[in-house]
Design a protein around this ligand. Structure first.
Ligand SMILES: Cc1cc2nc3c(=O)[nH]c(=O)nc-3n(C[C@H](O)[C@H](O)[C@H](O)COP(=O)(O)OP(=O)(O)OC[C@H]3O[C@@H](n4cnc5c(N)ncnc54)[C@H](O)[C@@H]3O)c2cc1C
Ligand code: FES
Length: 271
């Protein structure tokens, strides 16, 4: 165990093997790393962009061939620098960190918003191998913000998309469509990842329909290993206790989950 922890905490330099443009703001970077290849869906890595910053990213694939990927939205300095990287250039990787999703058989609903889709894709691929029956729901602001639709289509047969402007799928919020489906159909588990207000609504739906729930949360992550405290949410540290939390845990985090997050300076701000 100690040898494993020492190995994953060591920064490994990896070469980018492929760069795929998913849409105008999201790219997937593929690299080879033996520890990431064995990661669980929902685990994340700390990605060092030399000379810029180190940032947390969920793994969007982990292949048996040793090849893994991260799927990155360009939002600020570090992700902008990452988006400029080409095949053959290098990144630093620590991890994989965090707990990952608990896999469930039976009828499963997966709800993803924006780049929240990233950890849900390998989750769906693992659930399919367990013969789970999946309803996969994706939501975005517009058609241009959606990605992974082809990949989802190759894995599950029931896919429903919503966009806020109606440019693709049903017009509205993915949480509204999910709630309509939950009123008619019973699920063994709901998985969610996306903007926290979206996950909070799915948490409330799971409580209403008495359905087990797991969501992968985002906070500012600096150390990634439970030391610095920048990722606190109530009694939890997202990097150490999550990033995946059950409905039961989220009930205990009721003073902060869906209500407040911490800014880079540690100040609490409302969503
Ligand atoms: C466990 C985990 C997994 C993640 N997985 C992915 C992923 O798969 N793909 C992806 O694109 N992004 C993911 N993120 C978010 C990603 O880490 C941030 O977008 C990135 O750190 C932003 O760095 P930046 O320097 O480009 O932007 P910054 O200049 O730091 O910030 C730009 C904007 O993004 C906001 N922001 C930055 N970091 C966060 C955060 N952690 N939570 C909420 N808002 C933030 C800032 O408030 C600001 O408005 C993940 C975050 C966590 C905690
Ligand atoms: S990022 Fe440092 S404690 Fe979680």
């Amino acid at each position: 165990m100690l040898a494993y922890l020492t190995a994953i905490n060591r920064l490994r330099i990896v070469k980018i093997q492929d760069v795929k443009e998913e849409n105008s703001t999201v790219k997937t970077f593929t690299f080879r790393d033996k520890h990431c290849a064995k990661a669980k869906p929902g685990q994340f890595v700390m990605v060092w962009i030399p000379g810029v910053d180190e940032i947390p990213m969920s793994l969007s694939s982990m292949g048996t061939d040793g090849v893994s990927s991260i799927t990155v939205a360009e939002v600020g300095e570090a992700t902008k620098a990452l988006h400029k990287k080409k095949v053959g250039e290098v990144l630093g990787i620590r991890g994989p960190y965090g707990n990952g999703f608990a896999l469930t058989k039976g009828n499963v609903m997966i709800v993803g918003g924006g780049t929240g889709l990233t950890p849900l894709m390998p989750l769906a691929e693992s659930l399919v191998r367990l013969s789970a029956k999946i309803v996969f729901m994706v939501g975005a602001k517009t058609r241009n913000d959606l990605f992974f639709l082809d990949r989802i289509g190759t894995v599950v047969s029931e896919v429903a998309a919503t966009t806020e402007d109606g440019s693709y799928g049903l017009k509205g919020f993915v949480t509204e469509l999910a709630e309509q489906i939950l009123e008619k159909q019973r699920f063994d588990k709901i998985y969610a990842c996306g903007p926290e207000p979206m996950m909070f609504k799915m948490f409330l739906s799971s409580e209403l329909h008495n359905t087990p729930f797991q969501a992968s949360l985002e906070r500012y992550i600096r150390c990634g290993i439970g030391i610095c405290g920048s990722c606190c949410m109530d009694e939890y540290r997202i990097c150490r206790d999550g990033p995946v939390f059950s409905g039961e845990q989220l009930r205990k985090a009721r003073h902060e989950f869906g209500l407040f997050k911490r800014e880079v300076d540690g100040n609490k701000v409302s969503f």
